[in-house]
Design a protein around this ligand. Structure first.
Ligand SMILES: Cc1cc2nc3c(=O)[nH]c(=O)nc-3n(C[C@H](O)[C@H](O)[C@H](O)COP(=O)(O)OP(=O)(O)OC[C@H]3O[C@@H](n4cnc5c(N)ncnc54)[C@H](O)[C@@H]3O)c2cc1C
Length: 494
């Protein structure tokens, strides 16, 4: 797999081979192959079979109403995607981790019989700075923050300040924060510079921004960052910055047995022939009588439609009547982040024997963050590295062989010569995926939340908007996607 979906994955997800290896059953092949006449009318039509769309359809069907899900790809799961390692084992090339307070995705997984296991997090982390590799304990007072003595105090100060500011940002309406205009008039970079940080602390803020948003501090509004921090929690335990970047107890706490895509595979299986693959929605027409959703081959009629997925992609659909001006302009200003997920497979996780957790924080790209992404039983060993923001944009433009060389050079820098010759090499550039065009999530540059934010969820007639980017809680995450689907279903059902 390089820049596009592994055809094996698509076929297996569709026909159930991957499902079999991962313990799930198939989508009904007959319906997908067109042998059964496909339904062309439902109470609610859902665009997209990611976690938001499938959660919406599940909720609609649970109330006794009918739903049809139209998915552009030949697989379900959207930004979650399993890659087979053979012998029934998988790693994810898209979203994967789940953590405390991500209650809705956890509940959905439980309902579908999918268990979790802890992310491997034992042993020392590694900090690479100025050409020097330093092991350190990731369970220190500042969690995963490396032990740069000059940086730690500054970081503690700025993260505390950010958490305090974040609490004042209303999740349902960030533009109503007391300082919304001030905070939305500057990038996160401007804010960072105003705090006079030293080089070490500044680098770590850059790295955290890349890790969480897959963009650079210069790209993103301070108000968006504060909203996102607050959003990383539930009603009982509001979010904080440390939760976003932590493994144990944080957003990277656990993984799903069988891979996160299994949630969508099983949810789609339960919905059966209501889920139609390879049906890119091109046009949505609404009037007093109802709504008609056109793909290349179908015209599906309903009372309402829920459109999911990255906001930028929803702008590629033609709407009749045209979208309101504010929504149309919002879509011109809501970019996706840039990330390439790279995984090197070894017979064993050899770093564990050296007392290492597999987690790196580095000032040198293109891979500055790594994790141990081995299956639950630890075999084979999988090192996961992220190229994010600027690094992903540069790396993604290089030939495949050069991308691989540069990525493995990073793994060798951190874990030694044993990392040089993996048995397998997997990479996924989500910016190159036509039905995603970037990850992990859409973010807003300055001026967008304050002037266009009201259009993020506002229904347009019979059209309702869902997707991780529309969630108040765990915005941008699988949990947010599930919550957004549930909310849009409630809206659409009136
Ligand atoms: C590399 C990576 C790592 C991530 N890591 C994590 C993580 O560890 N934990 C976490 O919680 N989250 C993570 N995320 C984010 C998480 O995966 C997403 O927030 C979530 O899966 C989004 O779900 P969604 O349903 O909102 O959107 P999507 O998954 O994007 O689903 C939208 C669906 O709509 C389809 N679609 C789009 N346009 C059309 C059209 N016109 N017609 C028909 N269908 C259409 C798409 O094909 C897609 O299937 C990560 C994402 C990536 C890519």
């Amino acid at each position: 797999m390089t820049t596009k979906t592994d055809p094996q994955i698509s076929r297996r997800a569709l026909l159930g081979t991957a499902a079999a290896t991962a313990g799930a059953a198939a989508l009904p092949a007959a319906a997908q192959a067109g042998r059964t006449p496909q339904p062309t009318r439902a109470d609610v039509i859902v665009v997209g079979a990611g976690l938001a769309g499938l959660s919406a359809a599940r909720q609609i069907v649970a109330t006794g109403r009918s739903a049809i899900v139209l998915e552009a790809r030949d697989r379900v799961g959207g930004r979650t995607l399993n890659h087979s390692l053979g012998h029934g084992k998988v790693v994810e090339v898209g979203g994967q981790w789940v953590g405390p307070t991500q209650d809705e995705v956890a509940r959905l997984a439980r309902e579908l019989g999918i268990r979790t296991f802890k992310t491997y997090d034992r042993g020392n982390y590694l900090f690479y700075e100025n050409g020097k590799l330093t092991p350190y304990s990731g369970s220190g007072p500042l969690g995963p923050i490396p032990p740069d003595p000059t940086a730690v105090a500054q970081l503690a100060q700025i993260l505390g300040e950010l958490d305090t500011m974040a609490k004042t940002v209303p999740l349902a309406a960030p533009w109503k924060a007391p300082n919304a205009y001030d905070w939305d008039s500057q990038t996160f970079e401007t804010f960072k510079r105003s705090r006079g940080l030293g080089r070490g602390a500044s680098n770590l803020i850059d790295l955290a921004t890349e890790a969480v948003f897959a963009c650079e501090p210069r790209d993103i509004s301070l108000l968006h960052v504060l909203f996102y921090i607050h959003s990383a929690g539930n009603r009982r335990s509001p979010g904080n910055f440390e939760r976003l970047i932590s493994t144990g107890g944080g957003a990277q706490d656990s993984r799903f047995v069988g891979g996160s895509q299994l949630i969508s595979i099983r949810a789609a299986r339960a919905l059966g022939r209501r889920v139609m693959l390879s049906q890119p929605v091109r046009r949505i027409v609404q009037d007093r009588r109802g709504v008609t959703v056109y793909t290349d081959r179908l015209a599906v009629k309903g009372e309402a439609v829920i459109v999911t997925g990255p906001p930028a992609l929803t702008g590629l659909i033609r709407y009749e009547p045209e979208l309101p001006a504010l929504r149309a302009q919002l879509l011109q200003r809501f970019p996706q982040g840039s990330a390439i997920k790279i995984e090197a497979v070894y017979p064993r996780p050899f770093w564990r024997a050296h007392g290492l957790a597999g987690q790196v924080t580095s000032d040198t790209g293109p891979i500055k963050i790594t994790f141990d992404n081995s299956p639950p039983d630890g075999t084979p060993g999988v090192l996961l590295g992220f190229a994010e923001g600027h690094d992903a944009r540069v790396l993604g433009s290089l030939p495949a062989a050069e991308r691989r060389r540069r990525a493995l050079e990073c793994f060798v820098r951190y874990f030694g010569r044993q990392a040089a010759r993996p048995a397998g090499y997997i990479e996924m550039n989500w910016s190159a995926e036509p039905w995603t065009r970037g990850c992990y999530v859409g973010y807003t540059p300055p001026g967008v939340l304050t002037d266009f934010g009201t259009a993020i969820r506002a229904p347009f007639g019979r059209i309702h908007w869902a997707g991780a980017e529309t969630s108040e809680i765990w915005n941008g995450y699988m949990d947010g996607a599930v919550r957004s689907g549930q909310r849009a279903a409630r809206e659409a059902l009136g």
